[in-house]
Design a protein around this ligand. Structure first.
Ligand SMILES: [Zn+2]
Length: 228
């Protein structure tokens, strides 16, 4: 699959932070768990100390001076075990400004250097030129479905809704990912019976389903339920 590039502001040095969308999603999940995390380098960047590893997608560095050692270890473990991000704590002793470096294992946009680091991880190595032992937790890499799927639940009883936007596109699936799931456009005042509700994990937006179509709930009003 092709992954779009997304820009998430600038890093601590004023360079643009750019990720492929899958890595952006994983970084968002990691930052949801560890809100103190600050990105100091994104992907598609060619910084000095990285030996081309960040040239492609799937790579990210986080600041560590604002974290305790315990927090750093927790981030590295969670990134590996839950998100499939091969993370390492890079230290002064290894010749770095200390930071957490992570590579999205299996991401199709990785530069060769990043692919080599994933292979090094699987071989129990640290992914540096020194080819030292992996100094992080030897856990099984987690797998995160991408694009993320929403989990619909039934509205019991069904509810009546009215479209409040001038025009509202319906979708065939309640997730924003992919962007090709437009089924039809409804005009303001269109009324329908909603039978399911789902939150798109990527955008955080709520969708309501009627028949085989999903409508963005931000452009709907709930009508008073009819009796019965
Ligand atoms: Zn890095």
């Amino acid at each position: 699959m092709t992954l779009k590039r997304v820009r998430l502001g600038t890093d601590s040095s004023g360079r643009p932070v750019i990720f492929d969308e899958r890595t952006a999603y994983k970084v968002a999940l990691l930052r949801k768990k560890f809100p103190k995390l600050v990105v100091v380098q994104g992907s598609y960047s060619d910084a000095d100390a990285s030996a081309g590893v960040h040239k492609g997608g799937g790579t990210v560095d986080f600041r560590t001076w604002n974290l305790t050692r315990k927090e750093i270890d927790a981030v590295v473990r969670y990134a590996r075990a839950k998100l499939g991000l091969v993370a390492w704590y890079r230290t002064t002793a290894q010749g770095f400004d200390p930071h957490i470096h992570a590579v999205d294992a299996g991401n199709p946009t990785l530069a060769q250097g990043a692919k080599n680091q994933v292979a090094a991880f699987h071989n129990g190595r640290n992914g540096l030129a020194s080819n030292g032992r992996d100094d992080g937790p030897r856990v099984k890499l987690g797998v995160v479905a991408y694009p993320p799927k929403a989990k619909p639940r039934n509205l019991i009883p069904p509810r009546r809704y009215v479209v409040t936007a001038d025009r509202l596109h319906a979708r065939r699936a309640p997730s924003m990912a992919g962007g090709k799931n437009i089924a039809a456009t409804r005009k303001k005042g269109f009324r329908f019976t909603g039978r399911q509700i789902a939150v798109d994990p990527e955008s955080g937006r709520t969708f309501i389903r009627a028949v085989a179509r999903w409508y963005d709930a931000t452009h709907l009003d709930l009508l008073a339920s009819k009796k019965g």
